[in-house]
Design a protein around this ligand. Structure first.
Ligand code: ARG
Length: 460
């Protein structure tokens, strides 16, 4: 492709370190689509003849068919997907194929191919995120009133409902989708036509190629077009954040399916056994969702480090942008599918959750609130009085709900019978009606709101 000023072939190691075809063949569809848009534009502007453009376009379709049909021989000597496609095109079309590369460079070619690939990946991940949200929201609606312990510091804090807990993740994933949407909107500008770095002297129509490839507009600066990869970085950072959300949920599945919690059960479809310990049911899928988050965060770090020292415009370092992105997209896609599967598969043990919810003096705050509401006590003082109530229960090794009114009155004589009622976990969650709070009626309304939006999206 550049033999003019070279006399010998590259060293074998040069070829090995230089070649990207092993991974960038994943871009073949995008590469061919972009080439077809480019040659159609060149013909429209009179840069190539309609006959040559038609031949090139038909030849590109043939190459596409060969790759899709597994009949294409990728050659490492041809370095990357761009030269593999063009070289085969030359075999099919003859010398006219050489006109395709007028007014472009592999620098803008790879920039456009990669953007198209990332854009498709975002669309696919968004569909999968929708599926996880739907599974979570449906389960949340069914368990809007199932009481479980809410934790801080992984210690029982206040009772919440299982539906409320699941909807927390629906919110997080909703923001992840928003981040993907933002990244997609920002990246949807077409770099094709920036050529090597400076633009071109040919009369090209960048609006035409941008439109043909579904971009909102062409990029405005040719140097920026070929040298930035912030679209990939933004996508990776969204992937890393989303994976972190999934990882926290996965960690809870690991804890909750274990015998010490016993809140959830996964069926045989999502459990694995041990080769030595017959009693084991391991939540491997959840552990791998948690584990794969490491490589996704790593991909973001990796590309940030590749980019941070590069002067404008293109440097070959940038060829290192793809594998991390491909792997991260694949990993997140797998994790999203696994989480959807586990949510649909899991059976909550509502009795175990309820029993755990009343342990650990989890309704102590409700007593303090009673003192504030009924006796007009300042909250700090109510907190102190309640602390003594908890200490009394603890000294007797009983739960708060086992204390009698007389017990309470040894600490604060003004306690009355209805102070005992706030100790029930159902009463506790039902009272938390503030907007965004865990009261079952709130949770039900939130779940219904999400379900209406998510189902509407699926139809729209
Ligand atoms: N395979 C290269 C990459 O992925 C394509 C661009 C090559 N451009 C160049 N000037 N060598 O970045």
């Amino acid at each position: 492709m550049w033999g003019g000023r070279f006399e010998s072939a590259p060293d074998a190691i040069m070829e090995e370190i230089n070649a990207s075809i092993g991974f960038d063949q994943a871009l073949f569809q995008q590469d061919i689509a972009a080439s077809k848009a480019h040659v159609a534009m060149l013909a429209a502007g009179g840069v190539v003849t309609p006959a040559d453009a038609d031949a090139i376009s038909a030849g590109l379709d043939q190459v596409l068919g060969e790759i899709e049909g597994g009949r294409f021989n990728f050659s490492r000597a041809l370095e990357d997907i761009h030269m593999n496609v063009e070289s085969r095109l030359a075999e099919i079309v003859g010398p006219a194929a050489g006109r395709l590369h007028t007014a472009r460079s592999r620098n803008d070619q790879v920039a456009v191919d990669f953007r198209l690939w990332v854009r498709d990946a975002i669309d696919q991940l968004d569909r999968q995120l929708h599926a996880v949200q739907l599974a979570l929201a449906e389960t949340a609606e069914a368990h809007a009133g199932s009481v479980m312990p809410g934790f801080t510091h992984l210690q029982p804090a206040q009772p919440v409902t299982f539906g409320h807990h699941l909807l927390a993740y629906v919110e997080m994933l909703g923001r992840d989708r928003g981040r993907f949407r933002d990244a997609r909107a920002r990246m949807n500008e077409c770099p094709l036509g920036a050529a090597a770095l400076a633009g071109t002297s040919f009369p090209i129509d960048r609006d035409m190629t941008a439109r043909a490839l579904g971009f909102d507009r062409p990029t405005a600066n040719s140097l920026d077009s070929v040298s930035d990869r912030d679209f990939a970085l933004e996508t990776l950072s969204t992937i890393a954040i989303c994976a972190t959300h999934l990882s926290r949920f996965a960690e809870e599945i690991v804890l909750w399916t274990g015998p010490f919690f016993g809140f959830l059960r996964l069926s045989d479809k999502f459990s694995t056994g041990s080769s030595i310990m017959p009693q084991k049911r391991n939540p491997d899928a959840a552990e791998l969702v948690r584990g794969k988050t490491g490589r996704m965060i790593g991909a973001l770090n990796g590309l940030l480090i590749v980019m941070k020292g590069l002067p404008l415009a293109y440097s070959k370092d940038m060829q290192e942008d793809k594998e991390g992105v491909f792997d991260a997209v694949h990993s997140l896609s797998l994790c999203l599918a696994a989480v959807t599967g586990m949510v649909r598969d899991m059976t909550p043990d509502v009795d175990a959750m309820r029993a755990a919810a009343s342990s650990g003096y989890s309704t102590a705050t409700d007593i303090a609130d009673w003192l504030v509401r009924r006796l007009g006590m300042p909250f700090r003082q109510a907190h102190h009085v309640t602390g003594r109530v908890v200490a009394l229960a603890s000294a007797r090794s009983v739960g708060l709900e086992q204390l009698t009114l007389d017990d309470l009155r040894t600490i604060e004589p003004a306690f009355e019978q209805d102070a005992l009622e706030v100790l029930a976990v159902e009463q506790s969650v039902a009272s938390r009606t503030s907007y965004g709070g865990t009261a079952p009626q709130n949770v039900k309304a939130q779940a219904e709101g999400w379900l209406a939006r998510l189902r509407g999206e699926a139809r729209g």
